[in-house]
Design a protein around this ligand. Structure first.
Ligand code: HEC
Ligand code: HEC
Ligand code: HEC
Ligand code: HEC
Ligand code: HEC
Ligand code: HEC
Length: 362
């Protein structure tokens, strides 16, 4: 057995134990995550073996979940039918669902919770690697290694949510080529997402996801669904976004109140409380349609990609219905925020798409 002992600079040990603030964008108190030899200030990390990383829990992700599962953002929660309040990244609790399929006949063709998003591997919390994908679709990152510290730097950095920038992650499991995204978020634990309290996406998100997924949905990426992923909206789409207030009021909206946190866009002028719609140079990006952790829709959709009416969400599968921001029983999918779509059941998709994927026509 190899025991690793790490000697610390004394300054690094100061502060950190406070529950209100832990990382403060820097390396926090080592004791929060590591077993240290001989108490808080001995300056030595010890552990059973190098590969266990001298951590206080079974895996790196289990360590993060000690604090983050049910507080400090409640990223896991306990019951997928009664999830914690929605925030920017969505919630990992949906990985524990037995069925997410709300397409017609979905009760008989279950899609397991593994499809809800990123399967972080945390044996101590019963979370396993996604058996459906050996690697990140469009890329090479191995699903067996996916955890909190594949995306977030456990030792802190100045990036948005301590996300990794260019360089090696997880001791060389992957080499990121793109910088961390430019964004700002509400302070963790300050309540659910709303039109006045939301992540402000400024730039670079699609590139960052591309560290593991390439330019997904582009030709050659392996995706049957093709869509621009990092493209200025242009005059027509940004006007549509501003006017659209649900299928019942497709041109009733005004630009200054058009922002819909369920369908965000990237813009350098966004703030965490901005309610304005996009301009022609605002961009559609990965998180316009997905959330970064998980949701109760297959493929971590911000809304359920498989239903024709949002009111069908949760019906066939019994999973948590994502709240319909516009209400009404005939509201269609939120692609309509950017594209003109007929109300009513969506038409069957063109050949090449999965049989039960039902995009609205434009
Ligand atoms: C928020 C939790 C957290 C805190 C606080 C933390 N670490 Fe870590 N540390 C980890 C995790 C998790 C790993 C395992 C590597 C990974 O998953 O990227 C790790 C790995 C390490 C390693 C192994 C080499 C490496 O970088 O992978 C060393 C050495 C280390 N930490 C030292 C420290 C020291 C010294 C402190 C305090 C100054 C500290 N850590 C604070 C979570 C933390
Ligand atoms: C000892 C408890 C504790 C542990 C362990 C812990 N965190 Fe945190 N974390 C917090 C608290 C408290 C906050 C909110 C205040 C802050 O940012 O310090 C937070 C905030 C965060 C944020 C948001 C930071 C921001 O810029 O807004 C991220 C991301 C995060 N933690 C990731 C992790 C990851 C990844 C791990 C595991 C390597 C981890 N945390 C382990 C307590 C913890
Ligand atoms: C560190 C690498 C990494 C990064 C960064 C990353 N992903 Fe992933 N992603 C994966 C892996 C590995 C899988 C396959 C395993 C799984 O689905 O849990 C995956 C799966 C997915 C899935 C399919 C989920 C499912 O189960 O069907 C979606 C959607 C997705 N990623 C979107 C994103 C978006 C959007 C971003 C940027 C916010 C992103 N990913 C960033 C590694 C990554
Ligand atoms: C695939 C990459 C990825 C993985 C894996 C991942 N995160 Fe995140 N996380 C993100 C991104 C991106 C955001 C910002 C999302 C947004 O605001 O739209 C985020 C946001 C957060 C936040 C802020 C929450 C809030 O209320 O806004 C916390 C805390 C956090 N992550 C902790 C974790 C923990 C703990 C784990 C592991 C259990 C984890 N993350 C795994 C990418 C990831
Ligand atoms: C316009 C909306 C939209 C945007 C933007 C978007 N996606 Fe998707 N994504 C979807 C839809 C819809 C599906 C489900 C398609 C299907 O069932 O074939 C999906 C599925 C996925 C999957 C799951 C594939 C699988 O087989 O499980 C991954 C991974 C993914 N997207 C990654 C990304 C990444 C990375 C980006 C940014 C580069 C991105 N998406 C941007 C709508 C979008
Ligand atoms: C945030 C705005 C936004 C959302 C949400 C959005 N799109 Fe798009 N979409 C765009 C932009 C911008 C383009 C490129 C400009 C154009 O063709 O009008 C585009 C183009 C397209 C195209 C043409 C693709 C091509 O290669 O020419 C299709 C089809 C499409 N979108 C379908 C969808 C579907 C289906 C959804 C929901 C799953 C969706 N869009 C959600 C902004 C969006």
């Amino acid at each position: 057995m190899r025991v690793r002992v790490v000697t610390l600079a004394v300054g690094l040990l100061a502060g950190g134990g406070d529950a209100a603030a832990f990382h403060e964008k820097g390396v926090a108190n080592c004791n929060g995550c590591h077993v240290t030899h001989g108490g808080e200030s001995s300056g030595a990390l010890v552990g059973p073996s190098a590969d266990r990383g001298m951590l206080i829990a079974e895996s790196a992700t289990d360590v993060c979940l000690v604090c983050h599962a049910r507080r400090s953002g409640s990223v896991l929660g306990t019951d997928p039918r009664v999830p914690p309040p929605e925030t920017g990244p969505g919630n990992f609790v949906f990985l524990t669902e037995d069925n997410l399929n709300d397409a017609p006949g979905g009760a008989l063709k279950p899609i397991p919770g593994d499809a809800a998003g990123h399967n972080v591997v945390a044996p101590g919390h019963g979370l396993r690697a996604d058996p459906r994908h050996a690697r990140a679709p469009g890329g090479t990152f191995p699903s067996s290694k996916l955890g909190c510290t594949s995306c977030h730097d456990p030792h802190g950095n100045a990036s948005f949510r301590m996300l990794y920038g260019a360089g090696p992650v997880m001791d060389g499991v992957a080499l990121f080529s793109r910088e961390a995204p430019d964004a700002e978020g509400p302070e963790v634990g300050t309540g659910p997402e709303s039109a006045r309290h939301h992540t402000a996406y400024l730039g670079g998100m699609s590139d960052w996801c591309g560290n593991c997924h390439g330019q997904y949905h582009q030709a050659g990426s392996g995706s049957a669904f093709k869509h621009p992923v990092d493209r200025a909206l242009g005059a027509q789409v940004s006007r549509r976004y501003a006017e659209y207030e649900g299928d019942a009021h497709p041109v009733g909206g005004v630009e200054t109140r058009a922002y819909l946190p369920q369908v965000p866009f990237e813009d350098r002028a966004s703030t965490t409380s901005s309610t304005s719609g996009p301009g022609p140079s605002s961009r559609v990006m990965c998180l316009s349609c997905h959330r970064a952790h998980a949701t109760s829709s297959p493929a971590a959709g911000r809304w359920d990609f498989k239903v024709a009416f949002l009111s069908d969400d949760g019906r066939a599968s019994g999973s948590y219905p994502i709240p319909n921001p516009y209400g009404g029983s005939t509201q269609g999918p939120l692609c309509s925020k950017c594209h003109e779509t007929p109300t009513g059941p969506a038409k069957a998709g063109p050949p090449g798409l999965p049989a039960d994927f039902r995009p609205p026509t434009r």
